[in-house]
Unconditional design. Structure first.
Length: 104
């Protein structure tokens, strides 16, 4: 189900918002990472917390990801959760709303 939602979201970005293929590919990889993190933590897509995201961001930073890369990942996740809230009505609160992007 999660992958289907991601593909639907990416299609909307491409068709409706006319986001570039390069951005779509990057966001697809970012969403795969999100699903991997959710699976590793046994967390449902709709039960993600801001604290979990902060922890994941800290680990991405510790693994050597650049602030720019982390910011793009957060942008992909934030947009996906916003879409889940507004278009699909699957969540009431976006867990990424209060996550700040790393300083560049």
């Amino acid at each position: 189900m999660e992958e289907n939602l991601a593909q639907e979201y990416l299609r909307e970005l491409h068709v409706v918002r006319q986001v570039s293929k390069h951005t779509i590919d990057a966001y697809e990889n970012d969403l795969k990472l999100l699903f991997q993190k959710l699976e590793e933590s046994s967390t449902a897509l709709t039960k993600l917390s801001s604290d979990q995201v902060r922890g994941w961001v800290g680990r991405l930073h510790a693994q050597g990801r650049s602030p720019r890369s982390i910011a793009r990942t957060l942008s992909a996740w934030r947009g996906f959760y916003l879409w889940l809230a507004n278009q699909k009505k699957l969540i009431a609160h976006n867990p990424l709303d209060d996550i700040k992007e790393p300083k560049r």
